[in-house]
Design a binder for this molecule. Sequence first.
Ligand SMILES: NC(=O)c1ccc[n+]([C@@H]2O[C@H](COP(=O)([O-])OP(=O)(O)OC[C@H]3O[C@@H](n4cnc5c(N)ncnc54)[C@H](O)[C@@H]3O)[C@@H](O)[C@H]2O)c1
Length: 390
Amino acid sequence: MIEGQESISQIPELKYAMIGGGPGSFIGDVHRKAIAMDGKARLVAGCFSRNYEDTLKTGETLRLDKNRLYRNYEELLQAEARHPDRPDFIVIVTPNDSHYPIARLALELGFPVACDKPLATSSSLAQELADLARQKDLLFCVTYTYSGFPIIKHLRWLISQGELGSVRFVAGEYPQEWLATLVEKTGQRQAAWRTDPARAGISNCVGDIGTHLEHMVSYLTGLEIETLCARLDHFGEGRPLDDNASIMINFKGGGTGLYWCSQIAIGHDNGFRVRIYGTRGAVEWYQEDPNHAKISYLDRPVAYLSRGRDPMCPRAQALSRIPSGHNEGYFEAFANIYSTFLTALDKKLHGQELTADDLDFPQVEEGVRGVKFIEKCVESSEKGAVWVKF
Ligand SMILES: NC(=O)c1ccc[n+]([C@@H]2O[C@H](COP(=O)([O-])OP(=O)(O)OC[C@H]3O[C@@H](n4cnc5c(N)ncnc54)[C@H](O)[C@@H]3O)[C@@H](O)[C@H]2O)c1
């Protein structure tokens, strides 16, 4: 298949404000670029940093109105809630400890929210956000990026159709090497807060990347964790939080799983891989080659699915942007999440019914479950790597 797919927005532009994403930060700019990709929303206000000078610098680069650049998130949310050009949603891309207070105030003021993971630093705080969002009837997206890849949508559909039979075993791994040494001591900002319990919460490695494994497996298979047994390692000398974790899972209904996440795995960049084995077939997907997936059946030759070339389910096809052989990656996966969220938001603003496809972006309840997963892994490990109920 060689044709591309135009995804220029048919809907009016929505407006958003961003908190976090200042100079030298990682994910804020990814969110901005992903949102911009489909032209469905534009940035109108920001508090990009706790340092006002840095917020001004980013705001100037993005050509924002200086009057809509704020010293702190409270000021932004209060002022923008009354602004005649009020934003339609708020994007939160700060370190973990500030997600809850920012999201809480945003919801209280009636703003829909897109917040990065992990949703909060405890499941009770995360649950409060979910309850408030439901009570206020506001959409809330938690940006588990990798669920936005078209091939992931297709594999999910395949599994839901029973193509693999019943799932027996899931192997998920997410190795990185970037914390193999104590880079947090060198002033590397992303490492500094991720290894600091005051900012990251009770876990570094499971909270940062293990949570993607939990979300992906749940999204692909629909399986629910019944019990888990985790050992969290702290290999970096003096590091207060985990940098490697081995997690065994029992799913409700019988399947089992094994997850490994690591930031000390030398030789791995962002080696997120998931393998799912059923009674009749198996699938495998690797984040560093996200346009392909391996599909195996007992009674057929192994197939390598190629996005753009091979037929996929309608939902996956709809999110596939360019012809085969032209790789789509992280930005497109992020853009797919935003495109879905923003279409839902726009339809809701116009009083239209939302379909299951409209709501196929990571919901606030998935964020709550992700935080509970982190807590249960820490609880199991602290008790001596014992099985705990989920
Ligand atoms: N979905 C993903 O794939 C993915 C990838 C990376 C990071 N993340 C998540 O995104 C969040 C941010 O991570 P990062 O790596 O971009 O961090 P970062 O340190 O690179 O950037 C954080 C930014 O937030 C700003 N900030 C901090 N506190 C603030 C506050 N109170 N008000 C306004 N701005 C504030 C900082 O100045 C900085 O610009 C984390 O929760 C992380 O887990 C998700």
